[in-house]
Design a protein around this ligand. Structure first.
Ligand SMILES: Cc1cc2nc3c(=O)[nH]c(=O)nc-3n(C[C@H](O)[C@H](O)[C@H](O)COP(=O)(O)OP(=O)(O)OC[C@H]3O[C@@H](n4cnc5c(N)ncnc54)[C@H](O)[C@@H]3O)c2cc1C
Ligand SMILES: NC(=O)c1ccc[n+]([C@@H]2O[C@H](COP(=O)([O-])OP(=O)(O)OC[C@H]3O[C@@H](n4cnc5c(N)ncnc54)[C@H](O)[C@@H]3O)[C@@H](O)[C@H]2O)c1
Length: 490
């Protein structure tokens, strides 16, 4: 039974990176009150299960590969492999051993109250809270004077393949928080999670790794050469990449819930559609087949919405809900499922709530999440890395842009000094009408840091003519910019 009603100015449901930013910005510099309702750990998927552990697992492999490719170092390092225990220990440091007290201290210092529990919307500005989980009797009733923000993120999807769910497959949480390294692994999916996960598992010594990809490419939404180079590199590291097939049935001997990141039972046999041989047997199967909005039990029907992605306008206000009191930020709104974009939306949303609470007009660019539209940067931390921003050539043409492209291999003084075996490719997508950059993709070793320059050019609509005067330092990998502009001039 509900025991009391408590009022806050702003209530955020979900304490991931997007929700944290929305709460902090909504009350910054004011005496407004804010609560974040979180049913797991403050910090969300990114901190404990996704970005942080995955990147902590990938970095040591990158460092070892760089050392083994560098004369003068490789003679010292030899063909050493990673020390799994040390890699896991560093990963666990980055996830704070799943202890969110550091994040809670931050919240307290920002004036945010963190309430443990699951929230259900019951009507305009009102929620019920249960501490045991959705379905348990509510213990508190909360009301928001100004705004409720939905920031509940997404959960991994498990396709309805006969026997797959019963086999207790690993999802990304197991793969990032692995405690045991299976000898033989199959990964279902060919997107970002599948590609990154294959990269760290091979580096950690998985003996046989098979990617089961229903389409014809890895990283299908990137420029085609990105997926091709990543597939080539995974194959060179021993992976089998099967395109154009999906599992039609899965069976496992003695599935057991042994805990996150531990092998969940006996061998798993996967039947593949339209393949000869039609079956593979592995020690663990990982599902990396996309994610869906975490809205089950949220009570969206009480405010006239359906379960699933929560669409918003560019101020992050939920579409179809009058009164400017309900907002959605981060993965749950489906605008751009990346931590940095969720945090950006959180900042915009918090500023909008703050302005509306103070009766100020939404005057100025910072109140509109314009970058979600075709200005999104992303780095896929495979080997080679894929760093991109804005539109691919395909997306630009689909959007009716008068498109010009320039594409080259990355081989500049800076890149060959960085690594003897440096190989990569770069592409600019140019809007001929405005003579500005519509998108850019860099694929290569440690190209992640190249993308922000492209992001500034895309967001700033810098004329291509002006980019001539942005002279890259010598000898750096950034000289690829000069080569791209030269290739366009030729
Ligand atoms: C393996 C993996 C690696 C990734 N790597 C990267 C990367 O390198 N870079 C990048 O930009 N992105 C990466 N992502 C994506 C990134 O994790 C998400 O974009 C990001 O976590 C979204 O943040 P969010 O705040 O919207 O949601 P989340 O981080 O999912 O947080 C939502 C929070 O809401 C809570 N919650 C849900 N429902 C309720 C409820 N009813 N009541 C109370 N609390 C609730 C959850 O417990 C959770 O803490 C990765 C994703 C995966 C799966
Ligand atoms: N470095 C990063 O930026 C990073 C890293 C990891 C994840 N993420 C984000 O997390 C999100 C989730 O990543 P993801 O890789 O799970 O999703 P995704 O959408 O990138 O890829 C899903 C893959 O699963 C396949 N698939 C879907 N349903 C299937 C089915 N029924 N049978 C067989 N295959 C199926 C798709 O064809 C695709 O290859 C993405 O938005 C991604 O951008 C980002």
């Amino acid at each position: 039974m509900a025991t009391s009603t408590e009022d806050y100015d702003v209530i955020v449901i979900g304490g991931g990176p997007a929700g944290e930013n929305a709460a902090a910005y909504a009350i910054a510099g004011s005496n407004r009150t804010a609560a974040i309702i979180e049913h797991e750990l403050l910090g969300g998927e990114c901190s404990y299960w996704a970005c942080m552990p995955s990147k902590a697992l990938l970095r040591p492999a990158g460092v070892l590969a760089a050392a083994q490719a560098m004369p003068g170092v490789r003679e010292t390092v030899g063909d050493a492999t990673l020390d799994r225990h040390a890699v896991f220990a560093r990963r666990d440091e980055f996830t704070s051993h799943h202890d969110d007290s550091g994040q809670r201290r931050w919240a307290a210092s920002a004036g945010i109250e963190v309430i443990h529990g699951s929230a259900t919307l019951t009507g305009e500005r009102s929620l019920e809270l249960s501490t045991g989980g959705h379905g348990d009797p509510p213990t508190r009733t909360l009301r928001a004077r100004h705004a409720v923000v939905i920031a509940t993120g997404t959960v991994a999807s498990v396709p309805p393949v006969p026997g797959l769910r019963e086999a207790l497959p690993w999802i990304s949480r197991d793969a990032t928080n692995l405690r045991e390294v299976p000898e033989r692994v199959a990964i279902i999916g060919g997107g970002v999670v599948a590609s990154e996960c294959a990269t760290w598992l091979l580096a950690l010594g998985v003996r046989e790794l098979t990617l089961i990809v229903r389409g014809s490419a890895l990283l299908a939404s990137a420029e085609p050469f990105a997926g091709e180079l990543v597939a080539e590199s995974l194959r060179a590291s021993g992976a089998t990449v099967l395109f154009g097939t999906s599992p039609s049935a899965v069976r496992r001997e003695q599935p057991r819930d042994t805990g996150v990141g531990r092998i969940h039972g006996g061998p798993v046999t996967i039947t593949l559609e339209g393949r000869e041989p039609g079956e593979i047997t592995v020690d663990e199967v990982i599902v990396a087949a996309g994610r869906h909005a975490a809205t089950s039990g949220l009570g969206l029907a009480a405010v006239g919405l359906r379960d699933g992605r929560v669409p918003t306008d560019d101020h992050l206000a939920v579409e179809g809900v009058p009164g400017e009191w309900l907002y959605a930020v981060g993965d749950v709104n489906g605008r751009a499922a990346l931590t940095h974009m969720g945090k950006y939306q959180g900042r915009v949303c918090g500023d909008v709530i703050s302005a509306r609470a103070e009766g100020r007009a939404l005057d100025g660019a910072r109140f509109t999440a314009s970058a979600d539209h075709a200005q999104v940067p992303q780095v896929v931390f495979t080997s080679p890395e894929v760093a991109s921003v804005g539109r691919t050539e395909r997306a630009a043409r689909a959007d009716g842009i008068d498109t010009e492209t320039v594409e080259i291999d990355i081989a500049v003084a800076g890149s060959s000094l960085a690594r003897d075996d440096f190989a990569g490719r770069a592409k600019l997508v140019i809007d001929r009408g405005s003579d500005t950059l519509a998108g850019a993709t860099f694929v290569g070793t440690e190209v992640a840091e190249l993308v922000h320059a492209a992001t500034v050019a895309v967001v700033g609509a810098v004329p291509m003519e002006s980019l001539w005067h942005a002279v890259p330092s010598y000898p750096t990998v950034s000289e690829v910019w000069l080569r791209l502009l030269e290739a366009r001039r030729a």
